[in-house]
Design a protein around this ligand. Structure first.
Ligand code: NAD
Length: 500
């Protein structure tokens, strides 16, 4: 394998530009502010796209589509392989950008970049993934084959919490399938997408195949109403996911819209409680709880409850702000998360660890860890996705009760069980109505060659992201039935043809 060329980023990010037809553009007009959450200061501006800029991106993607669709799949795979090498070489640079704009620690950011790169590794296998089906002699001298063809210009709209990984869930596979793409990353973390577009260009991606626009609802609405866009992938909060699904589907587009979560971990009395508590602490407070697969609710069964809460209390208090756990993404989000401490107290939950008692850096959007026990399903701190470093514990008498609590919750992204019993784990995996399940694994994010997605209010649409479901989402099947006329076979008649 050739050594990848050095990457010398050309695009200046003081004002984060859009990327259209292989070029960075920063026109005058509406702009947003980008913060460093660790200092609380504005570090950059970002261009907010209006309908005209969105249209320019769609025109570029539409113009690039025919040639990219017709580029042999092996050549598309080679561009992907080069992109993979460049991404691997730039992991740390991308992770630094994430830490600067999102606030998560560098190690955590590195992990998320790595998980995104795994999707690009999967996309390199696109020649195998796009192989069709063929049946010989389905009727006398009649053969049938099925093709997978790209859908056209696709759009991806992504959240703030994974500035590299979630975009990489979408555009590499869409592009490998032969589509062209417009990415609209979160306006809070816009820079990494521009760096990835530059890297992809350096890998040999033709101009116009990947475009990046920025902005808020105005940019999203311009995408949703644009006739040129055939498919929309969305990841974000549930109310917006529902809106995206309904609006894009009404406009005749294919949609997958992944929403928010309240992920439960059930701990049975036979579990190794020390192991479970360590796993839960990382899953609840890692990335300051700003993960869609974070464990935000523990359901402690029977005798597991009291000793587990003691362990969680001890470990939650040991987390060092600014070292183990970064700040929240914005001041507004930090204040909203903090307000749930008062809400939980008013609702009668027992506050075991209180962020307000912990030392917090003067600057930045930091909030320490909080832990509530004796939470019940009617409470707001249980019903709402808090998306911050607040872990809640509910108590259940039996595994049946625990499963019933989970199945009544409208969210159904991920869940986990901690137990030494294979039988209990098997029952849990069969009966729980959630899209991704961990058995002694707290954050069961599937590897790239499986698909990622929740059920119920955590996903609007049918097909999940990455893995083979993404290949289905980004392609349409066409079935061809062939007969080569032969002197022995009569031409089809007037009635409905039957084969065989
Ligand atoms: P968000 O819904 O506020 O924003 C997501 C995207 O939608 C952004 O690009 C934003 O600009 C755009 N947007 C925001 N409001 C909009 C509106 N009214 N109309 C049109 N577009 C709009 O989400 P966020 O705060 O960036 O991210 C956190 C949320 O994402 C959490 O709820 C989290 O659970 C969820 N999430 C889910 C998954 C998953 O896989 N299910 C993964 C990551 C994050």
């Amino acid at each position: 394998m050739n050594k990848p060329a050095e990457f010398n980023p050309q695009v200046k990010l003081e004002t984060v530009p859009v990327w259209i037809n292989g070029k960075a553009l920063a026109p005058a007009g509406r702009h947003g502010e980008v913060f460093n959450p660790a200092t609380g200061r504005v570090t950059k501006k970002v261009v907010f796209s209006d309908a005209a800029l969105v249209d320019a991106a769609v025109q570029a993607a539409a113009a690039a589509f025919p040639a990219w669709r017709d580029t042999p799949v092996l050549r598309r795979a080679r561009v992907m392989q080069k992109f993979l090498q460049l991404l691997q070489a730039q992991q740390k640079e991308l992770a630094k950008i994430i830490t600067e704009e999102h606030g998560k620690t560098l190690d955590d950011a590195m992990g998320s970049v790595h998980r995104g790169i795994e999707v690009v590794e999967f996309a390199c296998g696109i020649p195998q993934l796009l192989k069709g089906e063929y049946s010989e002699n389905v009727g006398t001298q009649v053969d049938t084959h099925a093709l997978r063809q790209p859908v056209g210009v696709c759009a991806g709209i992504t959240p703030f919490n994974f500035p590299v990984m979630v975009p990489l869930w979408m555009f590499p596979l869409a592009i490998a399938c032969g589509n062209t793409f417009i990415l609209k990353p979160s306006e809070k973390v816009p820079s990494a997408s521009i760096r990835m577009a530059e890297l992809f260009k350096q890998a040999g991606l033709p101009d116009g195949v990947l475009n990046v626009i920025h902005g808020d609802k105005a940019a999203v609405d311009a995408l949703l109403s644009h006739e040129g866009i055939k498919a929309v992938s969305f990841v974000g909060s549930t109310p917006v996911a529902k809106y995206i699904y309904e609006t894009a589907a009404k406009a005749g587009k294919r949609v997958q819209a992944l929403g928010g979560a309240k992920n439960h971990a059930v701990v049975l009395p036979d579990a190794d409680l020390e192991f479970a508590a360590d796993a839960l602490i990382g899953a609840a407070y890692g990335s300051a709880g700003e993960r869609c697969m974070a464990i935000s609710a523990v359901v402690a069964v029977g005798a597991a409850g009291d000793p587990l809460v003691k362990l969680l209390e001890k470990k939650a208090k040991q987390i060092k702000l600014g070292v183990d756990m970064g700040p929240l993404v914005t001041r507004q989000h930090r204040d909203k998360v903090a307000s749930y401490i008062d809400i939980g107290l008013k609702e009668g939950a027992r506050l075991v660890v209180d962020a307000r008692q912990q030392q917090t850096p003067q600057e930045g959007f930091y909030l320490g860890t909080s832990l509530f026990d004796q939470v019940t399903p009617g409470m707001e701190i249980y019903r709402n996705e808090i998306f911050g470093p607040i872990l809640i514990v509910l108590r259940a008498g039996t595994i049946d009760e625990a499963i019933s609590i989970i199945n009544k919750n409208p969210y159904a992204n991920g869940t986990a069980i901690f137990t030494e019993s294979g039988g209990a784990a098997r029952r849990f995996q069969n009966e729980v109505q959630v899209g991704m399940v961990g058995i002694n694994v707290p954050i069961p994010v599937p590897v790239a060659f499986y698909s990622f997605g929740g059920w119920k209010s955590s996903l609007f649409g049918d097909l999940h992201v990455h893995g083979t479901e993404a290949v289905r989402f980004y392609t349409r099947t066409k079935v061809v039935t062939t007969r080569w006329p032969h002197q022995d076979t009569p031409a089809p008649g007037f009635d409905m043809p039957t084969l065989g």
